[in-house]
Write a protein of this length. Structure first.
Length: 340
């Protein structure tokens, strides 16, 4: 799907890598920091991963997470992105140490305030663990390293670009996640990928079928209903249509009823102007889709990104604001009300 400006997660890693000065300093600080023991996770009111907006610490003037919690009532965050360091080893953005740096301190502060996190693996740019790990067992070990480091109750596999387009890698991800499910009782696994306005494309359909064939119990298959490349369209209607198509794919692959399939799917939206010229997701669009999610009891609703959940001011760009007239954290406030 086309990209027109650097506002989407798909360019997040490229942007972060490009900021060599700041990025190198952050990475060096994280490497030098001691390997602190993660705080035990607090129990969230909703299922882990149900409604956590994406928070990216690499760029976009990330807000203070606990301030956001106080202002919006949100209790969950999806922390992006966990990548390969060039081999089969996980690091934040592929460069910042797994523990001991700003990412961990942010997670600790969220948990101390009564919230919790889902760690997201992947995104559009950077080295993907699914590709750099040569086997399903090695990939499962990489996922497990992160799960153990943060005692995670949920993970999100944001499978995009070449990781999504390669059938061998898709199978590797599915097989690795089956091992993760077997080794971590109760952990929730979400798989997030792109979509057309009518549901998953052939790669997405194949991914779901592979999951069903492997007997992988995915807690939420989630599509990203934006960047359609069709200009100004009804984005609320397009989101519903895309999720309906995903529901049909999951129902067919797993042999589920329509109601049961809805409870196994979800979506990750975008707030404000997307990467495609003329395409905008308004606050009303997002509220409409959250209501739709409530009526169908979807497994997961999120958006990219919390960094952008404010209107633009002088000297800011799409990495740090939505590009529309809105109040600070309006999208997060709408998402905080989603309880499944």
């Amino acid at each position: 799907m086309p990209l027109s400006k650097p506002t989407h997660r798909r360019l997040a890693l490229a942007a972060a890598i490009g900021l060599l000065g700041a990025g190198a300093t952050t990475a060096a600080t994280a490497q030098a920091a001691p390997q602190a023991t993660p705080e035990a996770p607090h129990t969230a009111a909703a299922p882990s991963g149900l409604n956590g907006p994406y928070l990216y610490l690499g760029w976009g003037s990330p807000p203070n997470a606990t301030d956001v919690m106080s202002a919006t009532g949100i209790q969950q965050f999806t922390m992006a992105f966990m990548l390969s360091d060039g081999g089969c080893n996980p690091k934040w953005d592929g460069s910042r140490a797994l523990t001991g740096g700003n990412d961990q301190s942010t997670i600790n502060s969220i948990r101390s305030a009564g919230g919790d996190v889902t760690v997201s693996f992947g995104g559009w740019s950077g080295n993907k663990l699914g590709e750099k790990c040569s086997s399903a067992s090695a990939l499962a070990d990489a996922y497990q390293k992160v799960i153990d480091a943060y005692q995670l109750k949920s993970i999100d596999i944001d499978i995009e670009a070449s990781e999504f387009e390669n059938a061998t890698v898709r199978q590797r991800v599915i097989d690795a996640l089956k091992t993760v499910k077997q080794k971590n009782s109760g952990i929730k696994v979400y798989i997030t990928f792109g979509t057309t306005t009518t549901g998953p494309d052939s790669n997405g359909q194949d991914l779901v079928r592979r999951g069903a064939t492997a007997g992988l119990d995915v807690d939420g298959w989630a599509v990203m209903p934006f960047d359609f490349g069709q200009g100004s369209i009804d984005m609320a209607a397009a989101t519903k249509s895309a999720v309906d198509g995903l529901k049909n794919t999951v129902a067919s692959a797993y042999g589920l009823s329509s109601d049961a399939a809805y409870r196994k799917v979800g979506f990750s939206s975008m707030n404000g102007k997307t990467d495609v010229e003329g395409e905008t997701i308004s606050l009303n669009d997002f509220k409409d889709t959250v209501s739709y999610a409530t009526s169908h009891h979807l497994a997961r609703v999120s958006f990219w990104s919390l960094n952008r959940d404010r209107k633009c001011g002088s000297g800011t760009d799409g990495d740090a604001c939505s590009g529309i007239d809105q109040g600070t954290y309006d999208f997060t406030k709408a998402l905080a009300g989603y309880n499944g």
